[in-house]
Write a protein that binds this ligand. Sequence first.
Ligand code: FE2
Length: 410
Amino acid sequence: MTDIILRHCRLPDEVDIAIENGRISHIAPKIEAAAAQEIDCAGKLVTPPFVESHIHLDSVLAAGQPRFNQSGTLFEGIQIWGERKQSLTAADVKQRARQALELMATHGVLYVRTHVDVTEPRLIALDALLELREEVRDWTTLQIVAFPQDGVYSRPENEELLEEALRRGADAVGGIPHYELTREDGVRSVQRVFDLAEQYDRLIDIHCDEVDDDQSRFVEVMIAEAIKRGNGERVSASHTTAFGSYNDSYAFKLMGFLRRTNINFIANPLINITLQGRMDTYPKRRGLTRIKELWQNGSNVSLGQDCIYDPWYIFGTGSMIGVAHMTVHLAQMTGLPEIDACFDMIGINGAKSLHIQDYGIKEGNPANIVILDAPDAFNALRFQSIPLMVISQGKIIARNQPAVLSWLNP
Ligand code: FE2
């Protein structure tokens, strides 16, 4: 017998969805069969789970430890984290990361790409997250990027630590070229990351040009490597906030090069609107990459939270709907097709960045399904809906009660 039938699902046509042995077994306008459990979705929007394309789980939920970031700058955050890192243990990392994953799952986020600092010589956080990746496998998908926070060439041991992280099982290799000591080291680090990805058959996700400096131009190096090696779809450029400061002539040249490769862009608007532009007076730059223009140019753009309640960003709920809602504002994507595009950036586009093969509500795929308290994507973002129910691999893992607002007509 079928395990669960979801009835009256908005997909956007109204359909029933049958779930059997953890997979979607049948989708049809009306399924006659009976099931152990039937759920009336009452015409609500049913979507695949949301995708968190960029977060740092090693530092989540650590705000205020040992003190809060008063200036709100990247540099004070790095300083505070430097102190907090001294007391890092595997249990500490796992406990906070698991709590964040559970929070995200209640918001319907079941695919998560985390970066983990691999310039810490004991690789404590990496090992903890590799273990956690296996422990949570039956309800969420965690992908780990080996991220050389302090730079690949800033200390002699860092290059080896990055490679060791790949040997231990990181899914992707990262970099931070704008933070290397020289421009030349930055270029060399991007090339090294591409070499390691080829050697170990891993994806690439580089923190790239996360500064306001219009001379920070490592995304051009990433684009060049991707064009020459023909591996663009396995490559993500994260943050790229300097793209928002480039002069238009240079930016348009890059847009032309981008049409020759299909690298993914991952933007983190919540954190970058608060961290960037801190050295400006007025007019103050937004410190965001060109989200709308990259999308218009045909690049795949997805979104991340980057931080949840950590030394850099004191907010963060775990909701990707909140991130897409802010993106509509910050990227000025207020046209109806643009709002739908922002919704895609936390769904199908994220799945493309993360290379998730069996994503989507299709017969035969794993039954990973979110029922939203809204009839469509526009209303889900307008009202920042929370999911009524989250199903992972055929199991109901979260049920939420939407806020009820009542006018009492006094
Ligand atoms: Fe980041």
